[in-house]
Write a protein that binds this ligand. Sequence first.
Ligand code: C2E
Ligand code: CA
Ligand code: CA
Length: 419
Amino acid sequence: MTSNKTSKTYQPGELIFLMGDEGDCAYIIERGRIEIFVQDDDQRTPISVLGVGEIVGEMAIIDGSPRSASACAIEETELIIVSRDQLSERIDTADPVVRLLISILLKRMRQTNQKAAQTIVQKNNAPAPEADREPENKSNSCPSDYSEKDGVIEKIRFEAKLLDALKSNSFTLFFQPIVDLQNQRIAGFEALIRWISPTGTMVRPDIFMGVAEETSLIVPIGKWVLHQACRDLATFQAELDKAIGGNEKIFMSVNISGRQFGDANFFDELESATQLAGVEPKHVKLEITERVLLEGATVFHWIQRCRDMGFPIALDDFGTGYSSLSYLDRFNADNIKIDQSFISNIVENERTAVIVKSIIDMSHGLNIPVIAEGIESANELAILKKANCRFGQGYFFAKPMPAQEALELLVSQAKANAA
Ligand code: C2E
Ligand code: CA
Ligand code: CA
């Protein structure tokens, strides 16, 4: 057997797991075929043959009982490892009725498997032609054969790739400037994650953060983002200081997903990330979307705790949720980020322009500076400046870029401004 972090390769005849073993993982067959069999004394009785795309060994990790059959490779076979966490995470957070149904189904499946194995053993004990000992159902005896299966397996496969990416340092941060519209200077950056895929292409977060957020993978990924963003902020601040001196400090915005708040270590991570990097919490802005606030009262408690620790909070994608205004009533945001769907309409649509102006006016009354997202044109910028919007971000100023480029832009602009 050869293995890397998330997959294993077996040679023909090699045992994958043994009946009675404790199951610590399940497998997806990426390549090859495996045989499931039961062993009674010297008698080995095949139950089924599974091929590419099938999942195997899932029962033992769902309900914690020992493996009910053995498995071995028929030909050279590559298996993707599905950890207990990957499955139990989903089951634990599923609807209680669904969980109950799963446990009932598992029980029934085990009974059916046992009966099937006994029948085959009895049948084989009677004299029989050799051909009868072939598995009766060569294609698939996997009962989880429902229409969503392919999508689910694809997701688990993707998760394994993300885990690999995390272990092999394949994530990187891009930085997009947030500009003070009063003086056109860079006030800070938003850190945006990118994945350098095994083929070398740069993958944007919309493709993978959804899957990461469905599982606990978002926690280690989010931790990495937080620590890296703080380290980069320290470099940016130090280089800026070297270039122009003075006390002007830029900020770094970091996106935080709802699941990160639920992690017991989150607040320790906030503290250690800033301390290790040597940056102040007041310069690390936590961006939280309205979607996160939908999760209820505890989130407001977590947010207050972050603010008490000195971290400013920006309400991201403002205006896209159901009760944007009520959120403003319930907690003190330090910034509002008006979603780019509004900004992209303000030139053509008078009504959108009025709504955006009203949000900005209201924010002035609440003393919450607004950041307009997704500014792409000079016309959009002109309307926002006229409405007294304080900060802007968008392709009109700069697209997200690697750290070195962001640093060069920051320093060259600061030098030009100082001259
Ligand atoms: P977001 O937080 O709303 O980030 C802004 C997104 O708008 C970024 O997409 C940025 O590249 C894009 N953008 C900026 N200016 C413009 C513009 O002028 N026009 C257009 N069309 N787009 C613009 P990106 O980097 O693909 O990120 C997408 C989303 O993924 C982010 O939306 C955020 O929700 C999430 N995300 C990114 N990085 C992280 C991260 O480190 N942690 C978490 N939890 N989420 C992240
Ligand atoms: Ca954001
Ligand atoms: Ca946003």
